[in-house]
Design a protein around this ligand. Structure first.
Ligand code: XMP
Length: 493
């Protein structure tokens, strides 16, 4: 009986065990569409999201990724208040409309206008009477009256014929309207009342990122991590504006986690992504709770030791395909989380059924990842550590520990924890923009070889060939000394 268990065990495969086979193709890399569904209700423009890790994703990373068309998942190794702040920072940074507008009344004096403008560092104020917009006054309007003790009121010199724009607004419409009327700012009106203000500078900034991942109001998309039973945190993040809550757990097929997923889902307006899992049975059980996305990966991560410490895991390409077999029937997106080392691995993950990938290592060490650059042996590095590492579980807010069903209590806290990750450093990689350019470029090249015009067709047409250790050796550069490091093929560990 026992020997049968071993004899009948399936073979598990990962990225290096396969290559994609080139297909007859009419698709060129420059023409492929990389849009990817990340959850039932949200679509990204590139299939890349960042890991909810304290050395990978805070607001800077989430903003940089959203600008590129991807998504950041704000980690939870911080207080709830800090995490809420990080979510709000992302939401506000991509906002086209300034909502916290300082206003003035028609009978105010010019000196009051001047004081408010200086204090609030603004150059124009909407004028409000009985909750209605009746004018707008700018620095230029008050300038002639500043030095002559004028007793003029706002209503005497304001522009009453205000050019406004109705919500919802698009950047192009707003820009056209502002240029046509030669104004620098447009009050935004909702239901007859002032809802905000939009300036030419903000519109131009907005247009700088045409591929950005945005919600229906034009703000950047952002996700935030919560523990598997931390409903309070999940609800607060939802309230703060997170579009997606990513429940972050080492074993989401724990049946208490599965059961609680339903309660989470019922209490959230945001979409709910659950993980991590590695089997089709786990996918069935979680999808039955109504969740909106699945995260796959038990132990493939570059700093994970789960497979060594617990002896548990499924090689990542096999895990992705098993989960995708089930999830694709229900239209639930599959996120391949961890273990990706090159852009070719993203292509292989999609070919095996994933909708998008979650990256830790490949985005750690960028300018936008948390932490400082350190120089070791003449090369720049940034810290990268597992959320199940001793440092992450005991440092920060202990947000790593409950991911592994562990509690931190008492003075002996270090010796009572069993880490499932290590702490280290990764080479400094430059900006997220540079890294993403290479990753998406490599993916597009792959889709061209495979003849896939978009991610759905990549999932359908990608064919694999199994390779041996000689095959992988042949695949990497060999028999030469690399003299110039390539931006998409790092040679130093
Ligand atoms: P990469 O390979 O991109 O993997 O660095 C990132 C993913 O690894 C997971 N993660 C962990 N897994 N122990 C683990 O077994 C850990 O300490 C740990 N920390 C993060 C996580 O899913 C992440 O997205």
């Amino acid at each position: 009986m026992y020997s049968k268990k071993l004899k009948e065990a399936e073979l598990g495969f990962t990225y290096d065990d396969f290559l994609l086979v080139p297909n007859a193709s009419y698709t060129e890399a420059k023409d492929v569409d990389t849009k990817a569904k990340v959850s039932r209700n949200f679509e990204l423009n590139i299939p890349i999201i960042s890991s909810a890790m304290d050395t990978v994703t805070e607001s800077d990373m989430a903003i940089a990724l959203a600008q590129e068309g991807g998504l950041g998942v704000i980690h939870r190794n911080m207080t709830l208040e800090q995490q809420v702040k990080e979510v709000k920072k992302v939401k506000m940074s991509g906002d086209l409309t300034i909502k916290d507008v300082v206003t003035i009344t028609p009978n105010s004096s010019i000196s009051t206008v001047k004081t408010i403008m200086e204090e609030e560092e603004v150059s124009g104020l909407p004028v409000i009477k009985d909750e209605k917009l009746v004018g707008i006054i700018s620095k230029r309007d008050i300038k002639p009256f500043l030095n002559n003790n004028s007793d003029k009121k706002v209503e005497d010199i304001m522009t009453s014929d205000v050019v406004t724009i109705e919500e919802p607004i698009t950047p192009s419409e707003a820009l056209e309207l502002a240029y046509e009327n030669k104004v620098e700012r447009l009050p935004v009106i909702r239901d007859g009342k002032l809802a905000g203000i939009v300036t030419i500078r903000d519109i131009l900034n907005h247009k700088k990122y045409p591929n950005a991942a945005r919600d229906k109001n034009g703000n950047f998309l952002v996700a935030a991590a919560a523990g598997p039973f931390d409903l309070e945190r999940a609800m607060a993040l939802d309230e703060a504006g997170a579009d997606i809550i990513a429940v972050d757990c080492a074993h989401a097929h724990n049946m208490n986690v599965v059961k609680f997923a339903k309660t989470m889902k019922e209490n959230l307006d945001a979409d709910l992504i659950m993980g991590n899992i590695a089997t089709s049975e786990a996918a069935e059980d979680l999808i039955a709770q109504g969740i909106d996305g699945l995260k796959v990966g038990i132990g493939p991560g570059s700093m994970c030791t789960t497979r060594i410490i617990a002896g548990v895991g499924v090689p990542q390409l096999s895990a992705i395909s098993s989960v995708a077999d089930v999830a694709s029937d229900y239209g639930v997106p599959v996120i391949a989380d961890g273990g990706l080392r090159y852009s070719g691995d993203i292509a292989k993950a999609l070919g095996a059924g994933a909708d998008l990938v979650m990256l830790g290592n490949l985005l750690a060490g960028t300018y936008e990842s948390p932490g400082d650059v350190v120089v070791m042996n003449g090369r720049k590095y940034k810290q990268y550590r597992g959320m199940g590492s001793m440092g992450a579980m005991t440092g920060g807010f202990g947000g790593g520990a409950d991911r592994y069903f562990q509690e931190i209590k008492g003075p002996m806290k270090h010796s009572k924890l069993v880490p499932e990750g290590v702490e280290g450093a990764v080479p400094y990689k430059g900006t997220v923009n540079e890294v993403v350019f290479q990753l998406v470029g490599g993916l597009k090249a792959s889709m061209g070889y495979c003849g896939a015009k978009d991610i759905k067709s990549m999932q359908e047409v990608a064919k694999f060939v199994r390779i041996t250790s000689s095959g992988i050796k042949e695949s990497h550069p060999h028999d030469l000394l690399i003299t110039n490091e390539s931006p998409n093929y790092p040679t130093l560990d």
